[in-house]
Design a protein around this ligand. Sequence first.
Ligand SMILES: N=CN[C@@H](CCC(=O)O)C(=O)O
Ligand SMILES: [Zn+2]
Length: 419
Amino acid sequence: MAQTTLLYNIGQLLTMDQHEGPVRGENMSKLDVKENYAILMKGGKIAEIAPTNELINSEADEKVDCEGKLVTPGLVEPHTHLVFGGSREHEMALKQQGVPYLDILKQGGGILSTVRATRKATEEELYEKAMFHLNRMASYGITTVEAKSGYGMDKETELKQLRVAKKAGENHSLDLVSTFLGAHAITEEYKDNPDALLGEMAALFDQIKEENLAEFVDIFTETGVFTIEQSRRYLQKAKDHGFDVKIHADEIDPLGGTQLAVELGATTGDHLAVATDDGIKQLAGSDTIGVLLPGTIFYLGKGEFARARDMIETGAAIAISTDFNPGSSVTENIQLIMSLAALKMKMTPEEIWHAVTVNAAHAINRGEEAGQIKVGRKADVVIWDAPNYLYIPYHYGVNHVNTVFKAGQKLYQRGDLLV
Ligand SMILES: N=CN[C@@H](CCC(=O)O)C(=O)O
Ligand SMILES: [Zn+2]
């Protein structure tokens, strides 16, 4: 018989379902908070949502007293570089000496150092490592995650990364959405002919489609990496092959990646830390979601965070993410990113909750499945050790998760100290 679980005495319940589609502009600050509610989960789905006194006598295999805690949808993480070999702690000193991120890359470090480690790693090693990071993400309340390739940049290693992501998605309880980021840097082999690298990566599009290895194609549009023109051609080709597209845009230099994302109808423009007034205006007038990554700005020691306030005030839909990767943002802790969004980008708690649930789900084409608590949907639900939704961005740097349910099954529960 299907497992039935009742969560009752929920102090604050965020269902995140009061708006249609991605939530943009001033709607991001309109949050419906239900008090003293209950949720009945049956057969992995949400069966009923009602005040506690209406559901308390429901038949259930398990009844969980939420003791007035906050309950929300499982969080959605829309931008990670999940599968990689090695780590880059040895670059920390260079960062402290002020060597810029793009200079480390130019010297063959940074992304290229992870490329070497990823090429060397076996599929099994990459898989074990990816599963470890997925477990940690789950412990922070994440129930759906996007994963990019991009540390191979040769045919064999890119396919290896994508296959590892696929297997991890099949075997882990978290839902995983895969992105092909073969155009992530210019490798030594192609330093005099980046177009040939793009050609080699584009030659993989058919196989990636056939083996169902990725839904999105992404590119790093940046000084010393790929130009706007190269990005336009490459992503257009990806679209012609039936992929949805994303862009690492306007992260360090304002090349106009934000405008290119809009022009191409990209699902998301990611980073946007130095997006111009024009870029922001175009973003706001488009269906492209801005995925902001304040952890990266913090970790790279840069002063200027993405202008979330301007973006939201002009009407854009914004999601936020860890950008988990071994170089520019080494954390799986999305709750820390929620605090940075509040402290450094001045996003309100209401906007932040939209940015990590419904908008993050739309940012990876999962708006109809994830990011909301709705009758008939998969029961991805988090109980927080917090009395209200303001509390998570406020109390920063620690894990507030009490319990995570994925498709109605308990996936993570805070452990007890063994003392
Ligand atoms: N900026 C480009 N790519 C990643 C960083 C990858 C790395 O440094 O390994 C990002 O989104 O921040
Ligand atoms: Zn990234």
